[in-house]
Design a protein around this ligand. Sequence first.
Ligand SMILES: C[S@@+](CC[C@H](N)C(=O)[O-])C[C@H]1O[C@@H](n2cnc3c(N)ncnc32)[C@H](O)[C@@H]1O
Length: 199
Amino acid sequence: MKGRRSHPFADRWNHNTHYLPLLASHIPPRVDSVLDVGCGDGTLRRAVGSVGRRVVGVDLDASVLPVDSSGVGYVVASAEDLPFADRTFGVVTMTMVLHHLEAERALAEAARVLVPGSVLLVLGYGRYGGWRDAPYEVRDVVTHRLVSRRMRLWDPPTAKAAPSGTWSEARATARDALPGCSYRRLAMWRYLVEWTKRC
Ligand SMILES: C[S@@+](CC[C@H](N)C(=O)[O-])C[C@H]1O[C@@H](n2cnc3c(N)ncnc32)[C@H](O)[C@@H]1O
């Protein structure tokens, strides 16, 4: 099927893997170190890895992490207390993890370990908060129906949690913690926050 083959995660598709190509496209090729916070089974880590690039995944739950033959790819740690020095990574990603934890602390930690001039990417979701969300809800349902029928659905073995706040609360949290960030609602119940560390 044409549409199915055209998505790199057509055989392991869900609303998160759908956006991995988008996230990967926001990582400049010159970036040689990436941290994925709340990495789960390491799908993003593998997707953005390349020759000469170190990608580290951090998760609190050791049981979801893949066996790491290199011994440096995965670290069991809390997103609110990252075991890395300031200004270590060229990009930090957080996909579907903010609603599991203390978001302000985790965002501050992610910002701390970023090299100035580099980018933090956050994929997340929110809860329906009223009529302002209605047009997005319609778009999300329609898009899901159109896209998902061409994909093989995949349910990863990682912990899941309901959104901790509404979409507008998620946006406010990001804007407070990451001044100047961009916040974009994506189809199929996701938002993307992008923030560049200035200094
Ligand atoms: C919904 S899963 C998302 C996994 C992966 N990022 C993805 O997009 O498939 C949330 C992950 O966050 C991890 N997590 C929850 N609280 C955490 C914390 N305080 N510090 C680090 N990881 C945490 C969970 O163990 C789980 O693997």
